[in-house]
Ligand binder design. Structure first.
Ligand SMILES: Nc1ncnc2c1ncn2[C@@H]1O[C@H](COP(=O)(O)OS(=O)(=O)O)[C@@H](OP(=O)(O)O)[C@H]1O
Ligand SMILES: Nc1ncnc2c1ncn2[C@@H]1O[C@H](COP(=O)(O)OP(=O)(O)O)[C@@H](O)[C@H]1O
Length: 439
């Protein structure tokens, strides 16, 4: 049986669908359901793959391979919202596992497990202010039970911002209970409003919770300050920009100077900051993380994606990752940037020393061997290098000293406000201070 691995947004959709939050939709939407105005919760695939599955039963899996259920694929219709050459599958679904989530399980209920008597539903993707909470205490007391809904969208289980939001809402729920309000706190994997626009899927899920007798009330623009306990939580979890982690990613031809400049920058960082600094050098990674990989395009991309994964983890934990692979492909470098920027800062340094200079240096004798045809697919000789268009710094080491090259990198970091790096972890905000709700 063909298995399809669901992406992040599809997993969130699966959790909502199987939880009964999008009824009458109980599976990925068909063209008829979309035409009837139901939200666009669809299973999109490239057209060639999708159409080949019509008439088959496919397994739906989550990324670690756990089988979530099956779909008897009845049809594949064009999905222009996902781009040209894309279709969405529809058909009867059977559910084995509603969701594989271990975080905030006490708050992730299905529609059947949620209360039926909610008078007011307050969905929010941000912490609420003291003024808002006071208003809710008044309304909750006079009008009955209240559901506070944390809108976490498709945030994965390692998303710090998501955990911070849910923990802030837990504190809100405590405060409301202390004020005598009957409050239910629920986590829904539905996206929060963007610029005041409530996504259709969220509008449906919250109205399903409100039922016939309840009412959904969207908090307006935040007014006032955030309670001190919540502000302290936010300060710990959302570090100031100087508390965030950093990845410095060197890219360039073999012999351009990536390792040498990276080493000199590491020395400067060690001297100037308390952060941990980790080197992910091309050669070292290939010995330890990627020893089985070749230099085919596919394997180079895999190698860079591994480096990006580790760099993103280091950045998430507020360390500094210094990467120095060739990384010849633009799309892969951009994917790494995306992975890292979810957690902190990313600085791309293109070490643009010309091929002639790299070849003349030929530190490892590899260019001579590549020219002699002893090494195939050698970057710059018989394999491509795509020049980055998004580098924060372009550095040519032909005529400068190693120290001068390192200083250019440090200056680029300073110019972007990334140096000096604050201590890590960031100390909790002292009590008594209040934090603006937009922070
Ligand atoms: N075919 C081919 N092309 C390019 N480079 C080659 C090749 N074969 C071996 N080497 C040596 O491997 C180092 C590059 O590995 P990377 O992991 O940085 O390459 S990549 O980013 O995956 O493309 C590179 O190291 P650096 O000189 O440090 O860049 C070379 O020493
Ligand atoms: N300003 C400079 N910056 C970096 N390397 C330099 C510089 N000037 C000369 N070099 C020499 O160039 C070579 C670069 O090699 P390396 O750092 O291993 O490159 P890569 O990691 O890109 O393959 C080293 O032999 C280094 O001593």
């Amino acid at each position: 049986m063909t298995a399809l691995t669901l992406g992040r947004d599809q997993l969130a959709a699966w959790e909502l669908l199987t939880g009964g939050w999008l009824l009458p939709l109980d599976g990925f939407a068909s063209p008829a359901e979309l035409a009837a105005g139901l939200p666009r919760v669809t299973l999109d695939l490239p057209a060639d793959v999708g159409t080949s599955l019509v008439g088959q039963t496919v397994e739906l899996r989550e990324p670690e391979g756990v089988r979530l259920g099956t779909m008897n694929v009845a049809g594949a219709a064009p999905a222009p919202w996902a781009g040209e050459g894309t279709v969405h599958l529809h058909g009867a679904q059977a559910v084995d596992v509603p969701a594989v989530r271990y975080d905030h399980q006490d708050l992730r209920v299905t529609r059947d497990g949620a209360p039926d008597d909610v008078a007011i539903v307050i969905p929010s993707g941000r912490p609420l202010t003291s003024v808002e909470l006071e208003g809710l205490v008044d309304r909750g007391r006079s009008r009955g039970s209240l559901a506070l809904v944390s809108l976490v969208g498709d945030a994965p289980a390692d998303d710090t911002a998501m955990h911070t939001l849910v923990r802030a809402h837990r504190l809100h729920a405590d405060r409301l209970r202390a004020g005598g309000v009957d409050v239910h706190h629920i986590v829904l994997p539905a996206p929060p409003p963007v610029d005041g626009e409530v996504p259709a899927v969220t509008a449906l899920a919250t109205s399903v919770l409100a039922g016939e007798h309840g009412r959904v009330e969207w908090p307006a623009a935040p007014v006032g300050e955030i309670d001190t306990d919540v502000a302290a939580l936010l300060a710990r979890r959302n570090p100031r920009p100087d508390g965030a982690g950093l990845t410095i990613f060197f890219t360039g031809l073999s012999g351009s100077g990536k390792s040498t400049v990276a080493g000199a920058v590491m020395a400067r960082l060690h001297a100037e900051t308390d952060r941990t600094v980790t080197l992910l050098d091309g050669d070292l990674v290939r010995q330890h993380l990627s020893s089985e990989l070749s230099f085919s395009r596919e394997h180079r991309d895999l190698n860079i994606t591994r480096i990006g994964f580790v760099a993103a983890e280091i950045t998430k934990h507020r360390g500094v990752a210094v990467c120095a692979p060739i990384a010849p492909y633009d799309a892969t470098r951009r994917a790494v940037r995306d992975m890292v920027e979810r957690h902190g800062q990313f600085v791309l340094v293109h070490v643009a020393t010309p091929l002639e200079v790299c070849e003349a240096r030929d530190r490892k004798g590899l260019y001579a061997r590549a020219r002699a045809g002893e090494i195939g697919s050698f970057t710059g000789i018989s394999d491509p290098y795509e020049v980055p268009g998004d580098a924060e710094l372009v550095l040519d080491t032909t005529d400068i000293s190693i120290a001068a090259a390192a200083e250019q990198v440090m200056a680029a970091l300073r110019d972007r406000g990334l140096l000096p790096l604050g201590a890590s972890p960031v100390a909790p905000a002292s009590s008594g201070k209040r934090q603006d709700s937009t922070a």
